[in-house]
Design a protein around this ligand. Sequence first.
Ligand SMILES: NC(=O)c1ccc[n+]([C@@H]2O[C@H](COP(=O)([O-])OP(=O)(O)OC[C@H]3O[C@@H](n4cnc5c(N)ncnc54)[C@H](OP(=O)(O)O)[C@@H]3O)[C@@H](O)[C@H]2O)c1
Length: 334
Amino acid sequence: MRAIVQDVYGSADVLELRDVECPVAGDGEVLVRVHAAGLDQGVWHIMAGVPYPIRLAGYGLRTPKNPVPGADLAGVVEAIGSGVTRFRPGDEVFGIGMGSFAEYVRAREDKLAPKPANLTFEQAAVIAISGETALEALRDKGKVRPGQEVLVVGASGGVGTYAVQLAKAFGAGVTGVCSAAKADMVRSLGADHVIDYTRDDFAQREARYDLILDTGGAASLSRLRRVLRPKGTLVIVGAETGGPWLGGLDRALRAMFLSPFVGQRLGTFVAKESYEAMLVLKDLIEAGKVTPAVDRAFPLREVPAAIDYMRDGNARGKVVISVREPGSSYPPAR
Ligand SMILES: NC(=O)c1ccc[n+]([C@@H]2O[C@H](COP(=O)([O-])OP(=O)(O)OC[C@H]3O[C@@H](n4cnc5c(N)ncnc54)[C@H](OP(=O)(O)O)[C@@H]3O)[C@@H](O)[C@H]2O)c1
C-alpha cells in the first residue's frame, strides 16, 4: 500500500510517500481502508519527537517506533480481527488508528465508531481527536452547565471550533478568542462574542467567565484567572509555545498545584479518546448541532505541505488529508 513514511524525527521534510507492507488486524482490531485522515498538532509533535518526554511515552527514543504518521481517520472496514463484535467489513467508520496517513490502517475496535450518516469521509476524518478533546474539556473537566458564560481561547482552531459549537449545544453563552481573519468563521459557528487577540486583550475586559478553555496562545495563569469568576473553572487544553523539554507543561503543572489553594478550579487533562465520546459526537453531528469545520483537503502525497500549512497558522478549523485521490487506482479494483 502507499503510505507517508518517516525514518527519523524532524520537520515535514523527513516525510516520503512510499510503498509499504499493508498492516493486518490483530485480536480486537479492525483493518480500515482509509478514505481520509485528519491532521492535528499532535501529528506534528509525534513527527518531530518534541517535547522530548513524548519519546519516553512509547513513540520511540531515537527514531519513530511507528514510521507512518497520522491518527484521525475515516474509511471503510476492510477486515476484522478475532473478538471484534461491533463492526463488519463494509461498515463506514471514523476514529483513531496510529498510522492513518496510509491506504490502510489498523485500529482498536473501541477507537472506532460508525461514521455520521450526514458527513463526507473528509468531514468525518477530523472528528475524533479534536472533537473528543473539546467534549471532554467542556463536559468532563469543565462541567459546563446551561446559562454559564464560556471563554474559548483559540476558538478558530481544531479543538476550538468544536468547543464553540459544543458549548452552544450545552446551552452556554460563548465568547471566542482568535485572530481577526477568522472571526467571521467563529461567529458562524455560533459564538455570541468574538475577541481579536491581535487588537484586544481579553484579560483587560470587564466580562467574567464561569469556564475558560485555553487552547492557544499560552496566556499566563494570572491573566486567565483575572477574567475567571471566583468559583469558575479553567481547563488548559494546550498551547504551541512551549520549549522542547516541557512543551508548555510547566504552566499546566502550576495550575494544578495552585488549584487546591484558591476558590477557582484550575487544571489540565489528556483526552481519553473514548468510544462513548465518539458516539456523543456522532449524535450531535447527526442532530445538526455540531459540524466539523474543515478548512481544506490535501492529497496524501502533499502531507508535508499540509503540516506546514497548519503549523503556519493558516487553518480555519481542521485540515484533512484525502487518501483516495480522484483518478488514482485506489481503492484497487477487485
Ligand atoms: N490535552 C489534550 O489532550 C490535547 C488534545 C488535543 C490537542 N491538544 C493541544 O491543544 C492545543 C490546541 O490544539 P488545536 O488542534 O486546536 O490547535 P490549532 O488548530 O493550531 O489552534 C490553535 C488556536 O490558538 C489560537 N491562537 C494562536 N495564538 C494565539 C494567541 N496569542 N492568543 C490567543 N489565541 C491564539 C489560534 O487562533 P488563530 O488561528 O486565529 O491565530 C487557533 O484558534 C495544541 O497545543 C494541542 O497540542 C491537547
